[in-house]
Design a protein. Structure first.
Lengths: 108, 108
DNA sequence: CAACCGTATCAATAAATACTTATACGCTTA
DNA sequence: TAAGCGTATAAGTATTTATTGATACGGTTG
């Protein structure tokens, strides 16, 4: 049933591209900030303590990966998670990272 | 019960570091090559069609992230997955990437 | 329209990293 | 110990990318 399927070139590229988006601490912080509700850029700037151009840059990368969606409301631009399961995937990665560390230290 | 827990700086760094390891197509190909069984460097070189130093370089990165483990057997060095669930996490990321694309094209 | 606030982009820089070629290292065997 | 195979590292290059400061753009309001 659950046949082991070899991944294709295009699939590898999708995974690599998505992972690259998740490979920056500031982008992860942005994504987690959007877990509960959408936020405007200026609120993100304040919450994260980063410069506004830097936040815009990272939001652009997250948009490229389709991880966030944009909505303009008057002068404000609100960002939200495209897919809530993104947060679950991120927590899965944390779990894996901590498992790997435990295996190294615990009974390496 | 399932309390929403804000991640700490160190946790963000763990996720980012692990994601960076997963953000290269060749490293993903190596990991998938190790899904079934351990492989020697030379076999990986041949299977992937990459130069030996390049494979060694990527294996080093995967070691840094603790994703692979090393075992020497005579003149051969065998690499294996430290944690089998790594493959599941990779497939989860592919699923997320494809969901995001579907949401864009299907009803964006 | 003019001034202004919020956001995006530009230009420039520094750091990280994928990749190649050449070389060194480790183990085995003659 | 010398030669050879398998693997790792070094040196060098090119590309990507995180970050900053300056500037442009879009929408609102006087």
């Amino acid at each position: 049933m659950t046949q082991v399927q070899t991944l294709q070139k295009e699939q590898f590229e999708k995974i690599a591209f998505l992972s690259k988006s998740l490979s920056d601490v500031n982008r992860l912080r942005i994504l987690l900030s959007l877990e509960e509700k959408q936020e405007s850029v200026s609120v993100l700037v304040e919450k994260l303590g980063l410069s506004q151009p830097l936040v815009s840059h990272h939001l652009r990368e997250l948009r490229r990966a389709l991880l966030v969606s944009v909505e303009r409301k008057g002068p404000f631009v609100y960002y939200s998670l495209t897919d809530k399961s993104t947060i679950k995937r991120i927590r899965d990665l944390l779990q894996l990272a901590e498992n790997l560390l435990a295996q190294k230290n615990g009974f390496g």
